[in-house]
Every structure is written in structure tokens, then in C-alpha cells.
Design a protein around this ligand. Structure first.
Ligand code: HEM
Length: 400
């Protein structure tokens, strides 16, 4: 850290960390930005951290290969079980596995789009049925997480899934809790207790079992694709230290963690803003009615035809003068930017589109009588900005 670095002082040992815990972290950092400028430094428990809050600086920094690696934090080391997986790993290990995983996800996303479409639709419809059965004020965090988790599981473990996770499945409830704790506890090093359980109890069992059924046919899921890759090296008499079973377990666990709470939080934010802006809800519903109609279920093919205004809740920022979204806005980086950019972006966008379009076709979300309009304040988690819990009532729009 240069001597000239500016930023707030903290307390001995912990630095500025105690002042960031609790409440909305981005608002706190925003206030520091007012005082110290677009780039400043903090010390967090002995680690110097650079905070950037201007998109040009961020894009520039995140594209530099010398900044590819994760910080040397206990959290990342624990997360990557040393240096495995993608999210917390560094160097060739990260590069090789990131590249491989992107290509597998791309194959599943592009060449198998109709299958993926049907898979997501099935989960959305199951969720709609569940919501429909509940006439009381409800909070859909748990069933929504379940739907998203099931989709990742299908992509990861495909047809060998022995049992679809259903409600009341204790093993699943435990997993859902773990996944959301990862997000909540990351700042307090909760990962230390959580990750070994997550890694060993669950994906490992599936990976062990799947090892026995590897084929030479086009892979049906991520685990199979990974074993085939390992087999390729074996056939050539080579051993590749970057493609191992441990690596596979860690990556599978990471896909769960990185791909579930993120996507379900985005859907929960969407419903929260509908509750806060009923007029927007009507507008979206009539757009869905116009393009999809009332009979068929929204499909990914509908994407190009409408919803040029997904960010209506803060419209001016993201729309051009014709009211179209400027999707290539350089300052809009919900999936990150540069070399660590999200590898699940396409999948997440497919999921978000189908969840949101189907909800709008079928339901009107309302604030139950006697309940407050949900606050747009985030829950204060360190890693993923989720809404605070809220409840809603649904009114059915159609009888399909
Ligand atoms: C709305 C949903 C999602 C959002 C907002 C989101 C956001 C992000 C962001 C901002 C990053 C970059 C973090 C950084 O700069 O270090 C990231 C990385 C990552 N995301 Fe996502 N993500 C979402 C869904 C998914 C899904 C569905 C998957 C998996 C299928 C996934 C897997 C990953 C992985 C593995 C990384 C680490 C990449 C690396 O370190 O090279 N994400 N995500």
C-alpha cells in the first residue's frame, strides 16, 4: 500500500472491519467515497483493501491480468479448500477450470436451450403451484431457493439424480440453510464451519457414485463432462494436476453457492419492487399478455420480443430516449467485469426471465392488509445484497 494512500483509520487489529459490519455496506462505502474520493484504502483485520467506486477505474483494474488472483484471505483459502474450484482459486488451477466450466455451461446453454427452457419452466410452474396453494401472507424465499437449487443440480448431476428435492426433505433443508449461511456469515468467517460440511456431505457422495457411470457419449451434465475430461488425459497417459476429483467436488459446491442465493435474491428483489410499485406490475403484466398471451407459458424465445425495460424501477438510468434498455452500459455490471466476471450469467438471465415472465402472466403480487410495504433496504449481508424478509399475497390472474 503506498504511503500516500488515503482512507479512514480503524481500530487496532481489526482496522475498519467493525465499522462495516451490520447495515448496508455499500451505503457505508458510499459515504466514505464522498470523503476520500473514487479510490481509497481500508485496513480490514490486517489486510489492506483498495475500494474503487468509479466504473472506469473498476473496469480497468478488473481487466488487468496482474489482478486476476484472489486476495490471500482465509475466507478464499477455506472456500477453495486450499486452491481448488474457481471462485476462490488462483493461477493455472483457476484459469483451466474456469475455461472448462464456461465451455460446458455454454454447451448446455446454447446447444441444449430448448431442454434448459423446459427444465426452468417446469421448476417455475411447480413454484407457482406451491404459491397458489397458500392463501395466507407468504414469504417464498425457501421454495424459491429450492427451485433454483434444483436447476443447478440438474445441470450438474443430470439424469442420475436419484430424487428430486422436495419440501420437508431434511437433507435439503440443511443444504439450503448452509448455502444461505455462506452468504450471511462470510464476513464473520462462518465458512470455516460450513464449507467442509457442504463439500463432504453432499456433492462428494454424488461425484463418487457418478464415477461408475462415465460414458463416451456427449455429456449430459457437468459431472459427466468433468470425468470425461479426466479420462481424456488418462487415455493419453498424462496426468493433469488441474483436473482432479477434489477439484470437481469444490467446483460443484461453488456452483451451488455462487448460482443459488444470487439468482434467488434477484427474483426476490423483483417481487419486492412490484409490491412497492403496483403500477409497474400492471405495465409488465400487460406486456406479458401482449407478447405471450394467456394460454402458453413464457419461453426463452420471447426474450427478444419484449422486456426492453427490465430496470423500470429506476428507469432513466438504463433506458435510451426510445425507452429501450441500454444493455451495454459500461457502468452496469451486475455480473462483475473483467477476468473474474460471472460464469453463470447466461444461465442466471434465462432463469430470471422465465421466473419473472411466468409470475407476471399468472399472478398479481399484493401487500397483505396490515403489513408494511416491504423496505427496499438490503439485509446487510457482506457477500450478496439480498432483500430483508417480506411477505405478500398472490392474486391469481388466470385459470390455467
Ligand atoms: C443473478 C444471478 C447472479 C449474479 C448477480 C452473479 C454475480 C456474480 C459476480 C458479480 C461475480 C464476480 C465476482 C468477482 O468479481 O470476483 C460472479 C462470479 C461467479 N459466479 Fe455469478 N452471479 C449470478 C449467478 C451465477 C450462477 C447461476 C452461477 C453458476 C452456474 C454463477 C457462478 C459464478 C462463479 C463460479 C463465479 C466465480 C468466477 C471466477 O472467480 O472466475 N453465478 N457472479
Amino acid at each position: 500500500m503506498p504511503d500516500t494512500a488515503v482512507g479512514p483509520w480503524g481500530v487496532p487489529f481489526l482496522g475498519y472491519a467493525p465499522f462495516l459490519i451490520g447495515g448496508c455496506i455499500h451505503e457505508k462505502l458510499d459515504r466514505l467515497k464522498e470523503k476520500y474520493g473514487d479510490i481509497f484504502c481500508l485496513n480490514l483485520a490486517g489486510k489492506d483493501v483498495v475500494i474503487m467506486s468509479e466504473w472506469r477505474l473498476i473496469r480497468d483494474a478488473f481487466n488487468r491480468h496482474e489482478l486476476n488472483d484472489r486476495a490471500d484471505l482465509l475466507m478464499f483459502r477455506q472456500f477453495s479448500d486450499g486452491n481448488h474450484g474457481i471462485l476462490g482459486s488462483c493461477g493455472n488451477q483457476w484459469r483451466e477450470n474456469r475455461r472448462f466450466t464456461i465451455s460446458v455451461l455454454r454447451d448446455f446453454g446454447l446447444s441444449k436451450a430448448p431442454k434448459l427452457n423446459a427444465m426452468i419452466q417446469q421448476e417455475v410452474l411447480k413454484l407457482c403451484d406451491l404459491l397458489r396453494r397458500n392463501e395466507d401472507p407468504q414469504d417464498f424465499q425457501h421454495p424459491l431457493n429450492l427451485a433454483i437449487l434444483n436447476l443447478i443440480w440438474k445441470l450438474t448431476a443430470g439424469k442420475f439424480i436419484r430424487k428430486q428435492f422436495e419440501h420437508g426433505d431434511l437433507q435439503l433443508d440443511g443444504l439450503l440453510d448452509l448455502v444461505s449461511k455462506v452468504k450471511d456469515d462470510a464476513v464473520s468467517l462462518g465458512l470455516l464451519q460450513i464449507l467442509p460440511g457442504l463439500l463432504h456431505v453432499w456433492p462428494l457422495k454424488e461425484v463418487e457414485e457418478r464415477k461408475k457411470f462415465v460414458t463416451r457419449e456427449p455429456p449430459k451434465d457437468y459431472i459427466e463432462a468433468y470425468f470425461q475430461k479426466m479420462d481424456e488425459f488418462k487415455q493419453k497417459g498424462e496426468s493433469n494436476p488441474y483436473f482432479t476429483e477434489l477439484q470437481l467436488w469444490v467446483t460443484v459446491a461453488e456452483l451451488f453457492i455462487a448460482g443459488s442465493e444470487t439468482t434467488s435474491s434477484a427474483v426476490r428483489w423483483f417481487v419486492l419492487f412490484l409490491l412497492r410499485h403496483p403500477n409497474m406490475q400492471e405495465k409488465i403484466q400487460s406486456e406479458v399478455d401482449r407478447v405471450v398471451g394467456k394460454e402458453r407459458i413464457p419461453s426463452l424465445d420471447d426474450r427478444n420480443q419484449y422486456w426492453k425495460t427490465p430496470n423500470e424501477f429506476i428507469p432513466e438510468r438504463f433506458l435510451d430516449e426510445d425507452g429501450n434498455v441500454m444493455s451495454n452500459l459500461p457502468s452496469l455490471v451486475p455480473f462483475g467485469t473483467g477476468r473474474r466476471q460471472c460464469i453463470g450469467e447466461s444461465l442466471a438471465k434465462m432463469e430470471l426471465f422465465l421466473f419473472v415472465a411466468t409470475f407476471m402472466q399468472k399472478f398479481t403480487f399484493c401487500v397483505p392488509q396490515g403489513y408494511p410495504i416491504p423496505s427496499a433496504e438490503a439485509d446487510g449481508s457482506f457477500v450478496i445484497t439480498s432483500p430483508k424478509p417480506y411477505k405478500f399475497l398472490i392474486r391469481e390472474r388466470l385459470h390455467t
